[in-house]
Ligand binder design. Structure first.
Ligand code: AMP
Length: 209
């Protein structure tokens, strides 16, 4: 299966992706994780991305698209993957369509985790405060200013993807405010109704162009 998880920061994409990894044997392709690894390794990609990420802004589309394309070619992604944090702009989604078509692959489903942004903000702030209290290391963009920027970037640049995938008939909206197991059950219920839930992929998100 090849899936996309859409949703603002703190909506639970990572949590649900992890669960899908355990339950369905897919790999989680998180562009945020890949970029943080590039920053930590001090690569040229990492040097370009670091300040933008710290400010809560998006890194350039071409850079992220190249990372994802390379990652999808890795052997472990052959069994299926969950895109977490990608695509984040309409040009990225269009590039993904072209990339998958070139590789002879198709998406099975896109999930939007829909959340109340005010509740989300307090949820993220609480998580950050708890982590700080436990002395755990925080991400450099886990602060109120960067969080507001990340939410604004979501609204302006990523939210249009909801209409983009709805128009393709690929969108499944899940209430992300429900408890984690309920969100997981809603996702599983959609997955079990897919024509080829465990196979090489259906055509639900096939490009209409
Ligand atoms: P995340 O871990 O998904 O919250 O991403 C952390 C940061 O990485 C974002 O605020 C962006 O700066 C950058 N980033 C992650 N994924 C993308 C993407 N698909 N396009 C552009 N920037 C991204």
């Amino acid at each position: 299966m090849r899936l996309i998880l859409l949703g603002p920061p703190g909506a639970g994409k990572g949590t649900q992706a992890q669960r899908l990894v355990e339950r369905h044997g897919l790999v989680q392709l998180s562009t945020g994780d890949m970029l943080r690894a590039a920053v930590a390794a001090g690569t040229s990609v990492g040097r370009t991305a670091k300040d933008l990420m710290d400010r809560g802004e998006l890194v350039p589309d071409d850079l992220v698209v190249a990372i994802v394309s390379g990652r999808i070619d890795q052997p472990d992604a052959k069994k299926g993957f969950i895109l977490d944090g990608f695509p984040r702009t309409v040009p990225q989604a269009e590039a993904l369509d072209r990339m998958l078509a070139d590789k002879g692959l198709k998406l099975d489903a896109v999930f939007e985790l829909k959340v109340d942004e005010d509740i989300l903000t307090s949820r993220v702030e609480k998580r950050v405060a708890e982590m700080r209290g436990r002395g755990e290391s925080l991400r450099s963009d886990d602060n109120p200013e960067a969080l507001q920027k990340r939410l604004a970037a979501y609204r302006a640049q990523t939210k249009p993807l909801v209409a983009y995938y709805a128009q393709k008939g690929a969108l499944n909206t899940v209430d992300g405010m429900l408890p984690i197991p309920h969100v997981a059950a809603a996702i599983d219920s959609v997955l079990s109704s897919l024509p080829q839930a465990s196979g090489s992929g259906a055509a639900r998100a096939e490009s209409s162009s």
